[in-house]
Design a protein around this ligand. Sequence first.
Ligand code: PLP
Length: 447
Amino acid sequence: MARDEIEQITGLTTNNLDAYWMPFTANRQFKKDPRLLVKAKDMHYTSADGRQILDGTAGLWCCNAGHGRQKIVEAVQKQVAELDYAPAFQMAHPKSFELAARLAALMPDPLNHVFYTNSGSESVETALKMALAYHKARGEGSRTRLIGRERGYHGVNFGGISVGGMVANRKQFGAMLAGVDHMRHTHGIAGNEFSKGVPKNGIEYAEDLMRLIQLHDPSTIAAVIVEPVAGSAGVILPPEGYLKRLREICDEHGILLIFDEVITGFGRLGTPFGVDYFDVIPDLVTTAKGLTSGVVPMGAVFASSKVYDAFMTGPDHLIELFHGYTYSAHPLACAAALATLDVYAEEELLTRGAKMAEYWQEALHSLRDCPHVIDIRNIGLIGAVELEPIAGEPTKRAFTAFLKAYEKNILIRTTGDTIAMSPPLIISESEIDTLVGTLRDVLKSLD
Ligand code: PLP
């Protein structure tokens, strides 16, 4: 849609389009041809030019219950009128405790404690700081090293980009945290192309952790952080047995294991958390996004009793962890999260992905013969279609697909030359057909 048409419809002027410096966006391209969303209900956005856009990405992997859900909307409306804000330091409001107890009940033992943040990035910083402070509290202050993974995405703050491994997110920003090392990513292992679900090959990549332990000595390593399934880097699945092996190695060497479940949390894999899907229990779990179905910003870090208890020593009147945010446990976020958990429970959405996974998988893999497709990956309600890059112009082919898809009324996401999809967990079989069928037309139209 041309900008003058958008301006007519929305009353926007050139100046106020330019004032907004958009995140992770090609600003100049966008502002020449803006894509504005003005409403959302269930599986669809409404664009400024009045089209219904099928949401193939749950917003940014977050609107797991779909959009405009009445119960969540009403809970937030009621809350803002009743208690708009309460300080989170040395004070609290009842819903923060109610929510923590309900969240802890969703997680397996011993992940029984919840620390609130306002985003996935903040959850990551919180978990990394908890890991460092945990070892210090136990008299093992030499454990300061953090291990991440190539192509990992852990948000955009300094801790997260340090342990993360997406080059574009790091190279503009100079020095990272000191004392960080990375394992290899598990993408592109021979024989895993077009795998359905978790790929068979590559468990030996977990031995990278052993090599880093031998290099640095376990007495210097605090924690390892991985996404059980990497989303933002282009949907990278863990080889069969890989996460269990990481857990074993961490246990043998006194290293904390952190799962970054900002994407995999809250039903995305067809289980409440990746923890359940892979049957591996880390020491800390970072979440955000689906916690409130994207309605109000909120994150939560789950900590095991072992971690929490290590801090609960010393005189009672002393603060145990010098960390927190003005908006931790914000009343609107807590109200949104409680109502979201109700919707998840009433509609069994945290396990619905498992029921839909087979249909989703077959639909996605039907794109295998489309032009330029070099791989298709899926798990739960996540799907990725990887395209062969245009020689000398990486990312361009997939970005063109994204623009064409939007013109054809579906919202997909691209990262590098991979198209990623993660629809709201309420998606129906016929909506999967529409999403995949439209994507097929888009792929066939690409140069
Ligand atoms: N961690 C993971 C695994 C993510 O996928 C994301 C966002 O996509 C983040 C952290 C950062 O979350 P936020 O954008 O809410 O800061």
